[in-house]
Structure formats: structure tokens, C-alpha cells
Design a protein. Structure first.
Length: 235
């Protein structure tokens, strides 16, 4: 006589309830672990790029930077892609959800914002960088007349690399008197000055204090910050 019986409806509902509870507990942990894994992979990409830039500087000079990240010719090519970038670098170094865009810095197939690129700087503050001293002693600016010097005529365009080098050296006053022999500004610490930035980890771009931007400093050291990295290291 076969005495085997199947599960009752009540038993099945109990099992399903237990499974649902376990999933509700484990799924957030899985999601968090997945995010951490992708962040570590992104940091590893930046670390490899940073080492390549150090090799570039060993050959060409300490303060020399490549004009484009792709100039480093790293293999494999996906080292330029953040694991969270579903556009595979087609949207550039700042995702569509980022509040400020600088499309001239974008490289095809690169997820990261390279602060020291050779592209012409469109940043309003960058346009105020002095590009030389006129014979009469006045500072020349890239964009012509400014509030600081209404008579300046300008000597041409300034690249992001030039702007960032002066910002690193003079800090918040980099645009005020960059060619002054005795500048007032104090430079930023290199450990907290980003050379490369990844914005793809930001979940809420409106929260300026959320430390979900992954950075690689000019010392090739990773650090996290919000979009306004300057809050970490006011000179």
C-alpha cells in the first residue's frame, strides 16, 4: 500500500514564505557585494592607467601627461571602461545624469573623465587662467576681457591640462593671479587632487555630498569624493 502523500497547500505556502524571507535578506547583500566588486574592478582599472601614466612620466618628465588616455595604448582596451558603464564609453566621462558636462574631454570608448587631457577648456573658471605676461605687465587671459582684467586681449586657447596644472599649484586662487611671482593661492595636496574621475558610481547626482565618485589622484592613489572633490582638501 502506497502511503506517500504530497505537500499540502499550507506546507507549500510556508515554504514559499520562508524562501521569500530569505531572498529579502540575501538580495540586498548580493546587490551590495556586486556593487563593491564592480567598484574594486573600476579602481583596478584606474590603478593600471595610473601606473601607465607614471611610466609615461618616467620617460618624458615628472609633470608631463599624455593628451589622451588612449595615447597610453593599454591592452586590453576594456581597461578604459567602468563596469557600471552600460554605454561602453559612448557617453564619455560624465554620464547623462551628471549635472555638468564637458564633452570636449570625452574619448570614444573611455568611461573616465581625464582631468589633464589636452582638449580646449570650456570651463568658465579655466578661461580666466593667465597664459602669459604682456609687455606692460598685465596678465593675458585665454578668453580676452574678464572681470579681473577688462583690458586683457587674450593669447589663445588654454587646455584642460594647463588649467589643472595651475589649479594644482595655486589652489582656489589659480585663476586670480597665476603668473604673479608671489601668488596668493596655496596649492592643493596631490593626494586629493584628481587626475582621473569616474562618475558612473553616483546614484543620486543631485546630492553633492554623496561620496560615490571614484578618483585617482595625481599621486596615482585612489580616493572617493562627492562631485565637489575640493571639499576634501581646502588649501
Amino acid at each position: 500500500m502506497n502511503t506517500h502523500r504530497g505537500f499540502t497547500l499550507t506546507e507549500m505556502l510556508v515554504v514559499m514564505g520562508i524562501v521569500a524571507v530569505l531572498m529579502s535578506i540575501l538580495f540586498p547583500a548580493y546587490t551590495l557585494a556586486r556593487k563593491r566588486t564592480r567598484k574594486l574592478q573600476c579602481q583596478n582599472n584606474l590603478d593600471q592607467i595610473g601606473k601607465a601614466i607614471k611610466r609615461y612620466q618616467a620617460q618624458w618628465g615628472y609633470r608631463c601627461y599624455p593628451l589622451r588616455l588612449k595615447d597610453l595604448e593599454l591592452v586590453p582596451g576594456d581597461i578604459y571602461l567602468c563596469p557600471l558603464d552600460d554605454f561602453y564609453g559612448k557617453e564619455g566621462g560624465k554620464p547623462p545624469r551628471s549635472p555638468t558636462q564637458y564633452p570636449e574631454t570625452d574619448e570614444d570608448g573611455v568611461s573616465y573623465l581625464y582631468e589633464f587631457c589636452g582638449a580646449q577648456c570650456s570651463w568658465a573658471q579655466g578661461a580666466k587662467v593667465g597664459v602669459g605676461i604682456a609687455p606692460d605687465g598685465r596678465i593675458r587671459f585665454a578668453s580676452g576681457p574678464t572681470d579681473f582684467d577688462p583690458l586683457a586681449s587674450g593669447w589663445g586657447d588654454v587646455s584642460w591640462q594647463e588649467v589643472k596644472k595651475k589649479q594644482l599649484k595655486y589652489g582656489v586662487e589659480f585663476w586670480h593671479s597665476p603668473d604673479n611671482p608671489n601668488p596668493e593661492g596655496t596649492g592643493y595636496p596631490e593626494a586629493n587632487f584628481p587626475m582621473i574621475r569616474c562618475f558612473w558610481h553616483m546614484e543620486n547626482p543631485d546630492d553633492q555630498n554623496e561620496a560615490h565618485v571614484v578618483n585617482l589622484s595625481v599621486q596615482s592613489k585612489p580616493f572617493d569624493s562627492g562631485p565637489q572633490w575640493e571639499k576634501l582638501s581646502r588649501p
